[in-house]
Design a protein around this ligand. Sequence first.
Ligand code: 15L
Length: 273
Amino acid sequence: PAPRTVLLTGAAGGVGTLMRELLPAYGYELRLLDVQPVPGEPGALTLDLGGTDPAAREALRAAVRGVDAVVHLAGISLESSFEKILRANIQGTQQLYEAVREEGVPRVVFASSNHTVGFTPVPGADEPRMSVDAPRRPDTFYGLSKCFGEDLAQLYWDLHGVETVSVRIGSCFPEPTSVRMLSVWMSPDDGARLLHAALTAEDVGHTVVYGSSANTRLWWDLSSARALGYAPRDDSEVYAAKLVAEHGELDTGAPDQAHVGGHFCTNPPIWPH
Ligand code: 15L
């Protein structure tokens, strides 16, 4: 049966805020969770997934109990200290999967990231788009934590039969705000389409997909996402003239533009993008 009740972790975050508005239209009943209160959602659970005391572990089990699936967006979404990434992204994701296994939740949709492969050089116009099987090249401790999450998902599938779709999200914002984002942008509407496909496709085992719209300048191959039933409708190209006029074309000779991870690949990272 199609999943109905879905736990959304990271519900107060950027993607969480967009998805909690869009997913109910697909018929989902959302249970919201975040490490901080979710604005306008007094019923949301406030919980630190990285907490190790028994009360936090029990609260996490109670949070996943009875849901049909988890959409796991929680975690630090940019580079940070290893200690912080370890707690929020690595320990937090492992503890979530442990609760999922214990409570018999059949499926997770994991918010992975393009920063798992961030140090891959930007593919030239005449080169093939990147496959999900390309070697991983994390560009930050953040990207490394997403590699861990994908491997954790594979382990929980192989060892425990918990299914996961790992979505290597590009940039999910209402509009692309840089020339790089013309290649990696995922519109919020396409994001909701992809999450719906990841929640409803059958027999996914552990499937890795890139999460982007049908961008003219797309760098990755969306075939594994399309195989789940994802049919993106948006293309960032409608924003291209304005962004290129403002910033110029992508300069792959510049250190913050040479790799698909963009500004995450400089040391220190060049923020904001
Ligand atoms: C990410 O993984 C970040 O979470 C997000 O904030 C964006 O910066 C995005 O990648 C990106 O690559 O643009």
